[in-house]
Structures are given as C-alpha cells and as structure tokens.
Write a protein that binds this ligand. Structure first.
Ligand code: HSE
Length: 370
C-alpha cells in the first residue's frame, strides 16, 4: 500500500485540501502519515481513520521512507527540506502548493483540467515534483481553457481583483478588522437617517488615515480602498504576481510560442475569490456565439454567464462564487478596439481551484499512476 505524508495540513490551503479530500472520500487505498513542524506527538486531523500521532516534518529519514509527500507548509519548508530529501536519494513524488519549485526544469505546474497532457508526459518521463500554480494564473486558465485549447489566443491582458486570502489567513482577518473599525466609527451616523454620505465619508477617511487603523499585514487600508501592489518588485517594473502571468501560463501549457500575458494585479476587499477583467486578442475574428461555446466547453467547471445585469449580479461576483468550484465567465463581448478583441470577466475561489483542488487532483493522478 502506498505511504503518503501530509505536511502543512493545518494551515489555510492545507485545511481546505483536507476538507476536499474528506468530501471526495479520498482517504482510502493508501496509508496517510501526518507531519508537524511544531507539535510532534500531537493529534492529527480527523479524516475518518485511526492515525498515529504527528511526526516531525524535519525527520528526513521518515520522510524519505514515503512514496509521496504532499506539502502545503509553504516555501520556507520546501527550501529547507526538498534538497535534503533528494540528497539522500529519495525517489518519491513531491507534491507542493508553494511556489519554490515551480519554475524548475524538473517540475510540472499542475492544473489537470488544462494540462493533463503535460502531466502525463511528465509522469512517463520520470518527473517527480508536481507543484500547484499561482492562484491567479490557474483561475485565468480554468476560465479560458477552451480558448487556449483552440489555439486562437494571441495575447491576454489581465487586470486582477485579488482577494485577501491570497495574502494569507492573517490578512483575511485584518480585512474584517478594518471593516469593523469603519463600521464602529460610523455607526452613530448610520443610525441617524438624517446623516449625509459626506459626513460618513469624513469619519471613514479619518479612520483610514489614522495610525491606529489595523494595517500590520496589508501595510495599507484595504477596506474602503484597493492596493495595486502584490508581492515583490521585478526589474521589469512588474510585481512578481504580474510576472507570474506570463511565466507560469506558458510553463503550465508548455507552449512552443509563448503567449504574452500581462496586466496589473490589485488587492481588493474580497475574502477568498479572485476576479479578473480580461482583454483577449484573438488571432482571428470569430462570432461571439462560437466563442461562447468554445469557452463553455473548456471544462466542466466553467459556467458562461449571460452578459446582462441580473445574471452578472447573481452569478459573477466573489460573494456568489465563494467556497464553490464553479468558474463563471461573463461580461463577454467584442470590444470596440477591433473585431479580434474580446473582453470577459471571471471569478474563482482562490483556495479551491487557486490552490487546494489542483493538489488534490494531482495526488489522485499520481496514486493511480503508481
Ligand atoms: N499570490 C497570490 C495572491 C496568491 O497574493 O493573491 C497565491 O497564488
């Protein structure tokens, strides 16, 4: 029976992964071992099985006795442990949600509804590192997989509206703490039917600019504002999040002629769904109904949302998509710029298709392959 180790199962992505694995009854047919970086001997997660106490996530000899290791522990852990475990000659499969190994030549970025062919080729050629992609890139590819498969995209500009969860669990809490401060400060005015919006705005702006406003994690107000900067600076003038658009899209698809992808990545006050406004340059003029059909048939999770107000408000918002696997694509239309230009808007759960789900699915693919 395959022996599979889980590291980082308690964090945000890890716990969403555990939840999905339990929902899909994935915990069968293999022997799971759970690891910890801080609580050796403690109790593992409730996955409906009798499991032994937690093991030390730095125990290279135990780790290297396993067939597969799944880690959602983060990049620092991967940086420390991955070279060591390979150094001792471990030949098992390493499945990772962190970005550390993503751009290595001997790793595959996994998003099987989009690149199952690349994954299959990787498995047959003996690649042993399978890494989840950047959430924004994965969600964009899930939304447009039909168009990519058709090979008609010349370039894409993606303007993103990224949720607090992408920055981490503390940031999600900070967003709500910020909202709470603003709500408290304006509550008397809100209760007064005669108060003006301008008066409320004055109170809110004062709070947003106050030194006591909770910004430890975001370094700036997000509630009542947006932050047009995600991750570190690159020499190109992009942020690293923007840089990943081109690099990861083309690695995931293993394109022969790289498809340019670029845009501005912006943090907004959504909880866990990233949204993207897309400008797509096609290599030809095609009727919109044909394009709609291609997009909708891309994969079973894509849902085309009619370009009208009622459907958009009902189906095409983070509030509607939160905690689901659905990838709505809407606001689809030809742009005035020219007949080969289309625009679309898409939303996806950053913790599901953006993080845990590709990891859950590659684990099953590798189990079936092994
Ligand atoms: N880097 C992403 C973000 C999340 O900050 O939203 C992880 O892919």
């Amino acid at each position: 029976m395959l022996r599979i180790g889980f590291v980082g199962w308690r964090g945000m992505v890890g716990s969403v992964l555990m939840g999905r694995m339990i929902d899909e009854q994935d915990f069968q047919g293999f022997e799971p071992t759970f690891f910890t970086t801080s609580n050796v001997g403690g109790e593992g997660p409730d996955v409906g099985l009798d499991i032994p106490p937690l093991n030390d996530a730095y125990d290279i000899s135990l780790l290297s006795s396993l067939d597969i290791i799944v880690t959602c522990q983060g990049g620092d852990y991967t940086k420390k442990v991955y070279p060591k475990i390979r150094e001792v000659g471990w030949k098992g499969y390493w499945i990772d949600s962190a970005s550390t190994l993503r751009m290595n030549d001997d790793s595959i970025i996994v998003l099987d509804p989009v690149n199952k062919n690349v994954i299959d080729a990787g498995l047959s050629s003996g690649i042993k590192a399978y890494v989840g992609g950047n959430c924004t890139v994965s969600l964009m590819l899930m939304a447009l997989s039909g168009l990519f498969a058709e090979g008609i995209i010349e370039w894409i500009s993606s303007m993103t509206y990224q949720a607090a969860s992408g920055a981490g669990a503390k940031n999600m809490k900070e967003l709500i703490a910020q909202i709470h401060v603003l709500g408290k400060a304006s509550s008397a005015l809100l209760d007064d039917p005669g108060s003006t919006a301008i008066a409320i705005d004055e109170v809110v702006t004062k709070e947003l600019r106050s030194n006591s406003f909770p910004t430890t994690n975001f370094k700036a107000p997000l509630a009542g504002s947006v932050i047009p900067w995600i991750d570190s600076a690159m020499e190109s003038g992009q942020t690293r999040e923007e840089w990943k658009g081109f690099a990861e899209t083309n690695k995931i698809l293993q394109t022969k002629n790289p498809i340019p992808v670029d845009g501005v990545c912006v943090r907004v006050g959504a909880m866990r769904c990233h949204s993207q406004g897309l400008t797509i340059k096609l290599d030809r003029d095609m009727p919109l109904d044909e394009l709609s059909e291609i997009i909708e048939k891309g994969n079973q999770w894509v849902k085309l949302v009619p370009n009208n107000m009622e459907s958009t408000l009902k189906f095409l918002t983070p509030a509607a998509v939160n905690s689901t696997l659905t990838i709505p694509v809407g606001r689809l239309r030809k742009m005035l710029i020219g007949p080969e230009y289309i625009t679309a808007f898409t939303v996806g759960d950053q913790l599901l298709w953006g993080a845990a789900e590709p990891i859950r699915r590659i684990l099953n693919i590798i189990i079936n392959y092994s």
